[in-house]
Design a protein around this ligand. Structure first.
Ligand SMILES: [Fe+2]
Length: 212
């Protein structure tokens, strides 16, 4: 980014048309994470048509009989990095080039299986519009709305027809490739699960429904 002085000199020397690419970007209004809107509505009539639009698969959580062994294989052998964990109950790993707080995690169980897949949506509105639409359609509430501590993302889970979970998420922590300052946490499962949630997790939330 050029300094205001350089930008001003370019404008004086060559005219404003030469300067747009040097100008600082206009401040974003209602961008993710922004709460101040001046002279703009956050919600208008078009908001009533808003839908959940999953942008990408963000991560999946796999049941594992041995979380420590899974972490060892996926980090030491495959090259991923440990981000945070709750002892040998759950461990989150990310790619070696940084990015999302986790793209996989391993949750302790008696046998392997899929706990959940998670899809990124555009904001917290989309999480709830999506989850509530699915529940009105008869799908079972999995858990939410809440905000995880591991990853910081807002979440809402819905049971899929095969008794795994599908999660809508938004606003996950991003870790840089140069991640020397990142120190993995090792805390309790209750702590790492949520900063807050509208309800406690239902008893079946951590259960593995896949056949042995
Ligand atoms: Fe998740």
């Amino acid at each position: 980014m050029y300094s205001p002085l350089v930008t001003a000199l370019v404008i004086v020397a060559f005219g404003p048309a030469a300067a747009p690419s040097l100008m600082p970007p206009a401040p974003e209004i209602n961008a993710p994470g922004r709460y101040r809107r001046i002279g703009e509505r956050a919600s208008d009539l078009s908001s009533l048509q808003k839908k959940a639009r999953p942008r990408r698969l963000g991560h999946l959580i796999k049941f594992s009989t041995d979380v420590n062994r899974a972490v060892d294989f996926y980090t030491r052998v495959l090259g991923m990095r440990l981000t945070d964990r709750a002892g040998d109950i759950i461990a989150f790993v990310r790619g070696c080039a940084g990015g999302d707080h986790h793209i996989m995690a391993f949750a302790k169980s008696t046998h392997t299986g899929l706990h959940h897949v998670s899809f990124e949506v555009g904001d917290v509105d989309e999480i709830e519009i999506g989850a509530q639409t699915l529940m009105r359609a008869g799908y079972k509430d999995g858990w939410g709305l809440g905000r995880h501590l591991g990853g910081s993302n807002y979440f809402h889970y819905i049971r899929d027809p095969w008794d795994s979970l599908a999660e809508y998420f938004w606003d996950i922590d991003i870790i840089p490739e140069d991640d020397a300052d990142w120190k993995p946490m090792d805390i309790g499962i209750e702590q790492i699960s949520a900063v807050w949630a509208t309800t406690p997790p239902p008893p079946e939330f951590p259960m593995n429904f896949e056949p042995v």
